[in-house]
Design a binder for this molecule. Structure first.
Ligand SMILES: NC(=O)C1=CN([C@@H]2O[C@H](COP(=O)(O)OP(=O)(O)OC[C@H]3O[C@@H](n4cnc5c(N)ncnc54)[C@H](OP(=O)(O)O)[C@@H]3O)[C@@H](O)[C@H]2O)C=CC1
Ligand SMILES: CC(=O)N[C@@H](CCC(=O)OP(=O)(O)O)C(=O)O
Length: 342
């Protein structure tokens, strides 16, 4: 059994990890931390887990993490980078759901995240945990930088076009919408019910911190710097990401065949029949990214629709997918959920 610790077990991605891992057949949960809930029974705070878990939250400063084989960081940006070196030195593998190790250019990371990086030396080693691109590297990784929620939906949507070299990579557009759980389980005015329900708005148009992450991933696949306009929106649902992606075609190509071929062996990417309109509820609670390709009026623009659950394929599910790969398990173990409808 894989001995697992979770730092940040009370946030939305933390409790999603718990939901998945309590049923994972190859995992024993050893440590779950929270500074605010330290000493509290996990199933007291989350009655949804009653009968499934017999642990208390512990203070991360006191927790015995070195007994674990792998530790998930479900913490805000800037936490994992302070603890990673010591854990790795104790032979504990790390899957970081935050952005601390996602950007290879440390100066760029510091610019977007507004803080000094505390573990420069580990950034190069970290493997960007998008299995559809980096599966082989994930297998042997000690430190996984789990991708962001928008970057997962946007990269999976654009990748076939970029890899085939059939679009103008100077003018990519990603128009994205996220449910409110994407902002985490903290008290902030924009995510109050009365502010976010029955409302729809863009944010971060001048620049969102997921822009450099998406550009890095797509540029690597294009073997040149891609340019992207990325516009996120907050939409009044709890879970879900819907990305509408636009790219100008530079070559004639059968879009549907391109996408079906690219993802035919991927257990968590589903290419719908051409012309479909994927809905966020069709992936809710699941680790699936559903894609549909369009070419309106047979014109020069490809329009790709990509939906995910931000807490599952966009965070905790993908993190467990990475763990499965790291430990040589069947990749779908413990994360083959059927989406919740309605
Ligand atoms: N929500 C989403 O859809 C996605 C989130 N992410 C990323 O995953 C990470 C977690 O997100 P989310 O679950 O939404 O966040 P939340 O704000 O909901 O939860 C954060 C958790 O971290 C703990 N925590 C906060 N500060 C510290 C600290 N200094 N040391 C140790 N523990 C700390 C909190 O508990 P306590 O304060 O009690 O210790 C809490 O359990 C973030 O980096 C986020 O950007 C990535 C993809 C999607
Ligand atoms: C709706 C909402 O507020 N979403 C968050 C993205 C959350 C997230 O996943 O950020 P990281 O992956 O970088 O940790 C935002 O736009 O800041």
């Amino acid at each position: 059994m894989i001995k697992v610790g979770i730092i940040g077990g009370t946030g939305y991605t933390g409790v999603e990890l718990l939901r998945i891992l309590v049923r994972h057949p190859e995992v024993t949960l050893k440590v779950i931390t929270s500074r605010q809930e330290s000493g509290q029974g996990v199933d007291v705070l989350f009655p949804s887990l009653r009968g499934l878990i017999d642990l208390q939250f512990s203070d991360p400063a006191q927790a015995d993490l070195e007994q674990c084989d792998v530790v998930f960081f479900a913490t805000p940006n800037g936490v994992a980078m302070h603890q990673a070196a010591a854990l790795l030195a104790a032979n504990v593998r790390i899957i970081d759901l935050s952005a601390d190790f996602r950007i290879k250019d440390v100066a760029l990371w510091e610019e977007w995240y507004g803080m000094k990086h505390a573990a420069h030396e580990l950034v190069a080693e970290a493997v960007y945990g998008l299995p559809e691109v980096n599966r082989e590297k994930v297998r042997h990784a000690r430190l996984i930088a789990n991708p962001g929620c928008y970057p997962t939906a946007v990269q999976l949507g654009f990748l076939p076009l970029i890899e085939a070299g059939v679009v103008d990579t100077d003018y990519l557009i990603a128009d994205t919408k996220s449910g409110v759980s994407g902002a985490g389980r903290k008290a902030e005015v924009p995510i109050l019910f009365a502010e976010s329900a029955d409302n729809f708005k863009s944010y971060g148009v001048p620049g969102h911190r997921h822009l450099p992450e998406i550009r890095q991933g797509l540029s690597e696949r294009a073997s040149k710097a891609v340019r992207l306009t990325f516009v996120p929106h907050l939409t009044p649902m709890i879970r879900g990401i819907h990305a509408t992606l636009y790219a100008r075609l530079t070559k004639e190509i059968d879009l549907q065949a391109l996408y079906v071929d690219r993802y035919q062996d991927e257990p968590f990417v589903d290419v719908l029949p051409a012309g479909s309109h994927p809905e966020t509820r069709s992936v809710r609670g699941s680790n699936i990214c559903r894609l549909a390709v369009h070419r309106p009026q047979q014109g020069e623009m490809a329009v790709i629709l990509s939906v995910t659950d931000n807490l599952v394929k966009g965070a905790a599910g993908q993190a467990v997918q990475n763990m499965n790969i790291m430990y040589g398990l069947t990749e779908t173990t413990g994360i083959d959920f059927v989406p919740l409808l309605p």
